[in-house]
Design a protein around this ligand. Structure first.
Ligand SMILES: Nc1ncnc2c1ncn2[C@@H]1O[C@H](COP(=O)(O)OP(=O)(O)OP(=O)(O)O)[C@@H](O)[C@H]1O
Length: 310
């Protein structure tokens, strides 16, 4: 369990459960281990439901373990009993209808939601075995262990070079050679080096939108994070810039553990190894991306990935 002043469980039915529920239309003949309508009825009653987790996901070595995790914005419960091992060295996407809690879950990993008014949590998350929600955790140190990439790129109004080496500087690294090496290697990893090697002293805000987002990814990986959190990293980009980021994700496989929120189902199916389908703050199904998109076990997942609702 967790520690900290604002952290307390709120059992029972919550305001979230009584708000309007997105329509889920059952596909006749779709597999549903919960039985027809039992799952939706249970969610609407605010009862706990079991995530359908595919064996392949359980066989992976988890970099991040999420255990019985609940989150409330004030009285509104937004996440309910999330249990999910995030595989190491793989890309895991969170998909689900708007408002189901994808970004909230992502922001709980680096405790950005601590900043929200009257938020509280119960349950636990652990990164490489170290609990994230113990009262003794130094949240600033914790965030240094993770990289975060937002929907809208957020380079600092500094040079390209200073943006990339920023995490090293705040760690007190001064040696020019180390900074130069980190800058070049991070920019190469995001395929930006050739485009900006002659512009390292230019203000980062003079780069194109796609370049700025890749710069932000370079800054995130310069810190050698244990996990990379990405919240809709392509949603503000044109198709060419999006394709470049998707290429990067492909190359990152095996080297980085990534938790990615996306509205773009094609992007999820193209880029990720594992996919979790969220609905009303619950993870309904979690498994290999190919299976989730072609042979999901739940009718609800099938209806979402085939565009029947969402
Ligand atoms: N800072 C906040 N304070 C109060 N409620 C919030 C806050 N941020 C989000 N919410 C609510 O929490 C719920 C989940 O929102 P969240 O942004 O996590 O969903 P999402 O699945 O990422 O949605 P989208 O796909 O539209 O981005 C929504 O009902 C939203 O209104």
């Amino acid at each position: 369990m967790i520690g900290g002043g604002r952290l307390s469980p709120s059992p029972g039915r919550t305001p979230q459960d009584s708000r309007s529920v997105p329509m889920l239309k059952k596909t006749p003949g779709s597999p549903d281990p919960h039985g027809d309508n039992d799952l939706l009825a249970a969610i609407e009653r605010g009862e706990p439901i079991s995530t359908v987790t595919h064996e392949e996901a359980l066989r992976e070595d988890p970099v991040l373990a999420i255990e019985h995790f609940n989150f409330w914005y004030g009285r509104q419960q937004v996440l309910t009993d999330i249990r999910m091992p995030i595989p190491r060295g793989k890309i895991t996407t969170l998909i689900g209808p708007s408002g189901c809690g994808k970004s909230t879950l992502l922001r709980c990993v680096n405790r950005l939601n601590d900043l929200a008014d009257e938020s509280h949590v119960s349950g636990q998350m652990s990164l490489n075995g170290a609990p994230l929600y113990d009262s003794s955790v130094d949240v600033i140190a914790l965030r240094k262990r993770m990289g975060m990439v937002f929907q809208k790129s957020n380079p600092f109004p500094k040079s390209v070079y200073e943006n990339v080496v920023y995490p090293l500087r705040i760690d007190g690294i001064r040696q020019r050679r180390r900074l130069d090496e980190a800058c070049e290697s991070s920019l190469r990893k995001v395929a930006l080096w050739d485009e900006v090697k002659d512009r390292l002293r230019d203000n980062a805000l003079t780069l194109s939108a796609g370049q700025q987002q890749r710069l932000c990814i370079a800054r995130a990986i310069a810190a050698e994070p244990e996990i990379l959190l990405m919240d809709e990293p392509c949603s503000a980009l044109d198709p060419i810039a999006t394709a470049k980021i998707e290429d990067l994700l492909e190359q990152f496989k095996g080297s980085y553990s990534i938790l990615l929120v996306t509205h773009n189902l094609q992007q999820a199916s193209r880029t990720s190894d594992f996919t979790a389908f969220m609905f009303l703050g619950r993870i309904l199904e979690f498994g290999p991306t190919r299976t989730i998109f072609t042979r999901p076990r739940l009718a609800e997942t099938n209806d979402f990935v085939t565009g029947r609702f969402g």
